[in-house]
Design a protein around this ligand. Sequence first.
Ligand code: FES
Length: 194
Amino acid sequence: MRNTEGVNVQRRRVLIASTAVIGAAGVAAVATPFVRSWTPSAKAEAAGAAVTQDIGSIEEGQMIVVKYRGKPIFVVKRTPDMVETLSAVEPLLVDPASDASLQPEYTKNQTRSLEPGLLVVEGVCTHLGCAPNYRPDVGAADLGGNDWYGGFFCPCHGSKYDLAGRVYSGVPAPTNLPIPDYSLDGSILTVGEA
Ligand code: FES
């Protein structure tokens, strides 16, 4: 009898000790993702965690590049003149209404954006994936002179895109540059979240 009680007391101690260990592990399991949500790891970023960028200091006409899912995202603050060119250039484009191109529904408009003055677009050529150069210089002789309204030029095989990332006719790239999901909160841009 005494022996059995001794065994039970021993078992209870073992159980209490095990529960304490599991409890500590449970706390750790809950705490870890919480901490990670403040500081996304490189792996989480590669998997698609949204990235934020304060764009308040970008000047009109300037472009910055934000990295999202390992891809360059071009962010251009378009001037009113740049926005005006988006109508004039349409006869030169393959898909001016972006019917065959990738973008969120809320950017399927002439400026392909939430706000006319801001373009957020993937900087990856839809031909074979090179990075196009930003060429806002209207009328550039090497890009078609009067037919060049400013935009992006891919140096690999000569594809051209306008200032909304829409592809010109007669170049190898088949579709417009894709637009990622993004949102704006004042000057804070979040790429990867609608
Ligand atoms: S990869 Fe851009 S034109 Fe070929």
